[in-house]
Design a protein around this ligand. Structure first.
Ligand SMILES: [Ca+2]
Ligand SMILES: [Ca+2]
Length: 203
């Protein structure tokens, strides 16, 4: 009697474990997708608001922020176009809207050789995406720059260098936003030049 009761309990336990296993697999898969989607949506919304800030900058300053750093300002050449956008929007004399300071990242750890912003630090930040990687900024005057931008991005602080260029239409082969600018996020995988990259323009 005692043995039978134990056997029955073990079988029940196994069934319950299998059910829990199936349910948690479903839940994790489902929850994971919802989480991923909402993060991507938030990232796209961030690109749109950054776009609006750059247009506001042009309205106030008469031209888009330069996507090049002044010579000799940075310690390294990485994330340069993202750092140039940061310097423009956080210039102490600039009067328009700025991104939240919580958006700032510095994946290459770069510093300027002098104080250039209203932040009281020489850190050469980038404006970061939802995954903590720099949002790259290409100004149309320099789309054809053959060196591209060397970006440092990755997942969980494991960064790698990618060379990123302004994007061309796959249909016409001409640059997207030919008279304006392009913003590029590495997307959920954290690496540039892959299929999940996010853009300020539609391909
Ligand atoms: Ca930096
Ligand atoms: Ca990517």
């Amino acid at each position: 009697m005692k043995n039978r009761a134990n056997g029955f309990t073990l079988l029940e336990l196994m069934i319950v474990l299998v059910i829990i296993g199936v349910l948690s697999a479903v839940f994790v898969g489902f929850g994971g997708n919802i989480f991923g989607d909402s993060k991507t949506k938030a990232a796209q919304a961030k690109l749109r608001s950054l776009e609006a800030m750059i247009r506001e900058y042009r309205n106030i300053e008469g031209e888009y922020p330069d996507d090049r750093l002044m010579k000799g300002v940075a310690m390294n050449a990485k994330n340069a176009n993202a750092e140039a956008l940061f310097l423009a929007l956080f210039d102490s004399k600039y009067t328009g809207s700025r991104p939240s300071q919580e958006w700032l990242v510095n994946t290459d750890g770069d510093e300027a050789n002098r104080d250039l912003t209203m932040l009281g630090t020489r850190a050469l930040f980038e404006i970061g995406d939802e995954w903590g990687n720099p949002i790259l900024y290409f100004e149309s005057l320099h789309y054809a720059d053959e060196n591209g931008c060397v970006a440092l991005a990755g997942e969980d602080d494991y960064f790698e260098e990618d060379v990123v260029f302004a994007q061309r239409s796959s249909v016409t082969n001409s640059f997207h936003e030919p008279n304006d600018f392009q913003l590029i996020s590495a997307g959920p995988d954290g690496y540039f030049n892959t299929d999940d990259d996010l853009y300020s323009f539609t391909d």
